[in-house]
Design a protein around this ligand. Structure first.
Ligand code: KG4
Ligand code: ZN
Length: 349
């Protein structure tokens, strides 16, 4: 069989990711330039700064990824780039680069929904097929999605307020921990007692698939203030472990509910929070045969280009016959999952 190469580009937030995929799911090169250190002094991502950093990083990364894959740009069959949702300036850095290179190399471009990318991340390492459920838990999203078939997705439930990763980041900030807070809390929780503080598990017993983390954040803040008023130094490990327990239980409760409601047992899990060690172990331990969780390796839970390349290649092979999609597309910061990307007009078939 001949080889088909896809170049994946991910720049929706603060990570510049580039990957080369051979055929359906074989990752031949994968590079990431993280801006975590650049944004850490500000306690969060600064959009303008992120866009400028993407522009600095992207061409050298693409060059290196192609060299590692031992191919030239003209040998590519497709460029798959994140179209949205995300930060406008960051998305533009990726899509404009994709269109410029596509023109130079005479290669088609396809726009990928960032969430569909996350949904595909576990599939890089397994042959999971639809129908399946997908729990996407990141800094910007907390969603349970039903994938009836590739390209057809229904959002079964989402968050009323913060995303799970956002809740981790804000909780960490309250405890005086550096950004991004999720990995810090995860690390500290290893030596803490998850039952030390009786934080509530949000919406645990409702029969609706939905999340909410604002009450939990308030409970944490209240506890921190109480400890500080008693001039105690904060027991960071216990606070982290207890907070993490509450978030994890809330996520697991709704996975169990979605499995019950749909009768679908395969669950793909991804997004930054899927790197969380408590969530990973609970998904296995608490299943009792009710579901099977598919998780990507930790480095592919957070934003990466391999997942974008795979989702783009999958959509491309599904939809090349649809001529209406062969048009230039603009990035869309609030792109909905139901809406598909597009293939560039200079596509040569
Ligand atoms: O998917 P991602 O890289 O970017 C978005 O699309 O948002 O997710 C980043 C989020 C951050 O909020 C970060 O704190 C969280 O994922 N995160 C974690 C862990 N690693 C990253 N949260 C909990 N535990 C972790 N180990
Ligand atoms: Zn993401």
């Amino acid at each position: 069989m001949g080889c088909f190469f896809t170049l994946g580009i991910e720049t929706s937030c603060d990570d510049t990711g580039v990957a080369v995929l051979r055929n359906e799911r074989e990752v031949v090169s994968e590079l990431l330039s993280s801006q975590i250190k650049d944004h850490a002094p500000f306690g969060g991502v600064v959009p303008e700064f992120a866009a400028r950093k993407h522009l600095e990083n992207i061409l050298p990364l693409i060059d290196a990824a192609l060299r590692q894959a031992k191919i030239t740009g003209r040998r590519l069959g497709l460029i798959a780039v994140t179209r949205g949702p995300g930060l406008m300036g960051s998305l533009l850095a990726g899509t404009e680069t994709a269109f410029a290179l596509a023109q130079a190399w005479n290669v088609p471009v396809i726009g990928v929904n960032h969430l569909e990318g996350h949904l595909f991340a576990p599939l890089l390492e397994s042959d999971l097929e639809p129908p399946f459920l997908s729990l996407i838990v990141s800094g910007g999203h907390t969603e349970i999605i039903k994938a009836e078939k590739f390209g057809r997705y229904t959002i079964l439930g989402t968050t009323r307020d913060d995303a799970a990763g956002e809740a981790y980041d804000k909780a960490a900030r309250m405890m005086g921990l550096p950004y991004p807070g999720g990995p810090e809390i995860d690390r500290l929780a290893q030596s803490g007692d998850p039952k030390a503080f009786d934080f509530p598990t949000p919406l645990k017993n409702t029969d609706k698939i939905e999340f909410s983390f604002s009450g939990l954040k308030t409970a944490l803040l209240w506890q921190i203030n109480k400890l500080k008023n008693n001039s105690k130094s904060l027991p960071l490990a216990d606070l982290s472990a207890s907070f993490q327990r509450a978030v994890t239980e809330a996520l697991i409760a709704k996975v169990a509910l979605a499995v019950r409601q749909t009768g679908i047992k395969d669950v793909s899990v991804s997004g930054g929070v899927a790197a969380n060690s408590a969530l990973r172990s609970h998904l296995a331990d608490k299943s009792g045969g009710r579901w099977k969780a598919y998780l990507p390796r930790a480095s592919r839970c957070t934003d990466n280009a391999a997942m974008i390349a795979m989702a783009g290649h999958n959509a491309f092979t599904r939809g090349t016959e649809n001529a209406e999609e062969f048009a230039y597309f603009a990035p869309d910061p609030s792109l909905a999952l139901a809406k598909r990307g597009g293939v560039a007009s200079f596509m040569v078939i």
